[in-house]
Ligand binder design. Structure first.
Ligand SMILES: [Zn+2]
Length: 393
């Protein structure tokens, strides 16, 4: 993850949205006559950034909960009082598809402005079949209509909906027997995810949901061991999940199982920060063991982060990974976490021309500077979509 393969004075040739050559500038200038030539002298060019974990489609906000958190109320206590996810579920159910599309489009555009060109996006604030489908349709519409690529994940088991209070087993069988078949019939999701946590969906429940997803062709992701060492990491390995996300409290045996099965650890340093936990995933142990680490914002009403440059800095300062590792985690490894690495995530011949140009003298400024937006140009499928920190049409 430390090896970025930097080419000093490098160039790329792009045709029809695809990178057709990469090399030294004099060499490429000899080989090609370009209709449009972009000069990035003195700047840093990276693959378009990829955010491997977001809950970007929701209505409303939860700024009141910041004060509760400051006074020491825990996430799970807020949830028990009808706040947290359940409040967002009420507000998201009330919102129409078009309203959700409009508010989510702004967030997608802001991500683009900061150099992000692909995000994973989860449902999970509908928690009825109809509302979950509504969210997944918004994800699909944004993927088609915006310049951001959205990779859809069905997270019907995000929380127990109020209608199923005290009936977790009934809800799990509803998700596995009714919701997953319908969502896959409509081809609305690539991944199936579950919030595996003590008192919410235990390992047994999560296993049933992920296996039902797999039986219908959905790849697995899991919210694992965010608050307790429940065994989510081990389950991810057992079911052959593409990624296990959070993994704050996972046991070392869980990490080993992930490594042996090639499960990617998606780390979300803004999540414990906004939960005011003094605990972060052990990124160094994961990397040293040979687990591939990717980064996600966890963008949601409780962790509102649209600037992936800040995410990279948080990863450096809180997870203690280097800027090079954080860039790998935000590009090629995040592409693997989205199962899109054959098309995006690196600047290589044959890949899509999803490119970010940062006005910084050295790539390490991406981890070093906390609050800025160094984006100079964003190119999506070979087309300039952001210039001078503004969206192009
Ligand atoms: Zn999440």
């Amino acid at each position: 993850m430390e090896e970025l393969g930097i080419i000093e004075d490098g160039s790329m040739a792009v045709q029809n949205g695809i990178i057709i050559d990469v090399g030294q500038t004099p060499e490429l200038l000899d080989k090609y006559r370009a209709e449009v030539q972009l000069d990035a002298s003195g700047k840093v060019v990276t693959p378009g950034l990829i955010d491997a974990h977001t809950h970007i489609i929701f209505a409303g906000s939860r700024e009141n909960e910041l004060e509760m958190k400051i006074k020491g109320t825990s996430y799970l206590e807020i949830l028990k009082q009808g706040g947290g996810i359940l409040r967002t579920v009420r507000e998201t159910r009330r919102a129409t598809r078009d309203e959700l599309l409009a508010i989510s489009r702004k967030r997608c555009n802001n991500m683009l402005l900061h150099g992000t060109t692909t995000i994973e996006a989860k449902s999970g604030y509908g928690l009825t079949l109809e509302d979950e489908i509504k969210l997944l349709q918004v994800i699909r519409a944004l993927d088609e209509q915006s310049n951001l690529t959205l990779v859809p994940t069905f997270l019907g088991a995000h929380a127990l909906p109020p209608e199923f209070e005290g009936k977790t087993a009934d809800f799990v069988s509803t998700v596995t027997n009714e919701w997953i078949p319908k969502v896959t019939e409509l081809k609305l999701a690539k991944f199936c995810d579950v919030f595996c946590e003590k008192g919410i969906f235990e390992v047994e429940d999560a296993r049933k949901i992920l296996e039902a997803g797999r039986a219908h062709g959905l790849l697995s992701k899991i919210h694992a061991d965010e608050f307790t060492a429940l065994g989510g990491a081990e389950l991810a390995a057992e079911v052959g999940a593409v990624s296990a996300d959070h993994v704050l409290y996972s046991r070392i045996e869980g990490f080993r199982a992930m490594r042996d099965k090639g499960v990617i650890a998606v780390l979300l340093p803004a999540a414990p920060l906004t939960l005011m936990l003094d605990k972060y995933a052990d990124a160094r142990a994961l990397i040293n063991m040979g687990v591939a680490v990717a980064l996600g914002s966890d963008m949601s009403p409780s962790c509102w982060l649209e600037n992936q440059q800040l995410l990279i800095a948080l990863a450096c300062y809180r997870l203690k990974i280097t800027p090079a590792e954080a860039i790998t985690a935000s590009t090629i490894n995040a592409a693997h976490a989205c199962r899109m690495a054959s098309k995006i995530g690196s600047l290589e011949t044959g890949k899509k021309a999803d490119i970010a140009v940062f006005d910084i003298p050295d790539y390490r400024f991406l981890g070093y500077v906390l609050d800025g937006n160094a984006t100079d140009l964003v190119i999506k499928n070979g087309k300039i979509v952001v210039r001078n920190r503004s969206l192009c049409n």
